[in-house]
Design a binder for this molecule. Structure first.
Ligand code: ADP
Length: 508
């Protein structure tokens, strides 16, 4: 696709600290040791604002995954290992320290994230990095509260017998975790926080587009004092390192965040040893605005932010905007004006409000959907093209007149593209909202509290935001219905997914 409007991209030098981190080739972490990949291969990581290479990173494959899994297994299977003899209170303090160290290194982590992923550094400073720290702090508190139950049992075939029966929650074992590139540090935190809180050992594979903050987090985890071999980090490609981890016979659970397509591959790969699987996958989330919404201006800003936050590269992006007919024109005019006012630029520039997409591949994917929608007869109100001819920038895009069967309405675009359509009543909009293979999130905007609750109850989605959007908290479980996933991230729900229940029955 041809870029329509030029974009002036200032060149911004990273700080000396970040430059120092990028200078040496970044290695894999196995058993507490940073090492080259077994093949000696590396891969390049790029700045999406201009396509320049910023680092070389070790390219691990199946052999490195084998080594990392063996290291994790060795720790997990040794009852006398420091990780396994540590008291819950001591483990909680270690995890708390990781949160503290993340905050101590906030500026560096935000800069690295911005450079690698393209997101505005200002956003990474107030959202990605503090949320990551908060996740570890939240999980630290849970370590001393992972309890079983005492269960009164009856046993009809043993009349008169007495038993003392109870359950214990034990770690699942060796966990493989595979994460995406849209919130690289935060996704690592969402995954590693609960794995550590529950006493498991882990091999983490970051996304190949954005491995840098996970590697920095590996250093922080070491600095906090987590014993060697508990957290292993193998960078590499999805088809090699990721696939090997998902299929590994000595891995007890795999936790994946990414596309629904790859999620299905993970399920297949995991079937060999029936390892436990949790998945946080794609979405095509409806954002429903009723005409009685309280403050139209705030609602419009909320609808714009629901889709444009993180350049639309959010699995829960409010990408289907449904507006009650009477106010449809006003709302889409407002969202289009908001789209046009967004300042595009490199993540490191202080005034940037939206950075580039993460990669050339994403640029092609998103502009492909923009073209497909227009070719299918939808109307592009604003945007609809690439911006500039360097880096991976696209214009925030608002589309109307799309029919419910078009690919831009049904498929996850993962870019700043919203499809808007009017509706007449609740019955219609609930049915259309639920008419999706996904069920990750939904938004509702109304001043009628009863209508809000009635609608929320009928939406098949793991999260429903009412008069707000994209509100995340370590205490709030997040995950999907239908093909948006299995299980939940965050909250105390996630702890169940990293533990096995052991029932113990003692004859008295
Ligand atoms: P996207 O399409 O948005 O890049 P993916 O679902 O492809 O997202 O990637 C998310 C994560 O899954 C990344 O860490 C990637 O390396 C990994 N991955 C990709 N393909 C596979 C696979 N076949 N097996 C295991 N992991 C994979």
């Amino acid at each position: 696709m041809v870029a329509t409007a030029p974009l002036d991209i200032p060149v911004i030098e990273p700080s000396s600290r970040v430059k120092g981190f990028l200078q040496s080739q970044r290695q894999i972490l196995i058993n507490g040791k940073w090492q080259d990949s077994s093949s000696g291969k590396t891969f390049a990581v790029y700045n999406p604002a201009n396509g320049d290479e910023i680092a070389q990173v070790a390219e691990g494959d199946a052999e490195d995954i084998n080594q990392a899994v063996a290291a994790a297994r060795k720790v997990f299977d040794d009852p006398n290992h420091a990780w396994n003899t540590m008291t819950p209170s001591e483990r909680g303090k270690l995890i708390w320290k990781i949160g503290d160290l993340i905050l101590e290194n906030l500026d560096e982590l935000a800069e690295l994230e911005s450079l690698d992923n393209g997101k505005p550094m200002g956003v990474a400073k107030v959202a990605d990095v503090p949320l990551s720290a908060d996740l570890f702090h939240y999980m630290a508190g849970w370590v001393t509260k992972i309890e079983g139950n005492t269960i009164p049992i009856s046993v009809p075939y043993a009349p008169g017998a007495k038993f003392h029966a109870f359950t214990m929650r034990e770690p699942v074992g060796v966990v493989g975790q595979i994460i995406p590139w849209n919130f690289p540090l935060l996704m690592a935190a969402w995954k590693l926080g609960p794995v550590l809180a529950t006493g498991n050992c882990v091999v983490l594979k970051p996304a190949e587009q954005t491995p840098l903050t996970a590697l920095r987090l590996g250093e922080i985890i070491q600095e906090a004092g987590v014993p060697d071999g508990v957290v292993n980090i193998v960078t590499g490609m999805g088809e090699t390192a990721g696939a090997a981890l998902a299929a590994h016979d000595d891995v007890d659970k795999v936790a994946f965040t990414g596309s629904t397509e790859v999620g299905k591959m993970i399920v297949n790969a995991a079937s060999g040893n029936l390892k436990k699987v949790t998945l946080e996958l794609g979405g095509k989330s409806p954002n429903i605005i009723f005409k009685d919404t309280d403050d139209l201006e705030a609602t419009i800003a909320g609808a714009a932010s629901a889709i444009f936050f993180n350049h639309g590269q959010c699995c829960c992006a409010g990408s289907r905007l449904y507006v009650e007919k009477d106010i449809f024109d006003d709302v889409i005019a407002g969202v289009s004006a908001a789209a046009e006012s967004i300042k595009l630029g490199p993540g490191l520039a202080a005034d940037t409000e939206m950075g580039p997409l993460v990669s050339d591949e994403q640029l092609n994917r998103v502009t492909g959907y923009m073209s497909a929608g227009q070719e299918a007869g939808a109307t592009c109100l604003t945007g609809g093209t690439r911006r500039g001819d360097q880096g991976y920038f696209v214009s925030p895009t608002v589309i109307k007149n799309a029919s419910d069967d078009m690919s831009i309405v049904r498929e996850e675009i993962f870019g700043p593209v919203v499809v808007a359509d009017p509706f007449d009543d609740i019955e219609e909009i609930v049915a259309r909202s639920n008419d999706s293979t996904y069920g990750l999130a939904a938004g509702i905007w109304t001043n009628d509290i009863s209508k809000a609750h009635r609608t929320a109850a009928r939406l098949r989605a793991g999260t429903v935001w009412i008069n707000c959007y994209n509100i995340f908290d370590a205490a709030l479980p997040f995950g999907g219905y239908k093909q948006s996933g299995w299980g939940r991230e965050m909250g105390h729900e996630v702890l169940d997914l990293y533990t096995e229940t052991k029932a113990v029955c003692l004859g008295l």
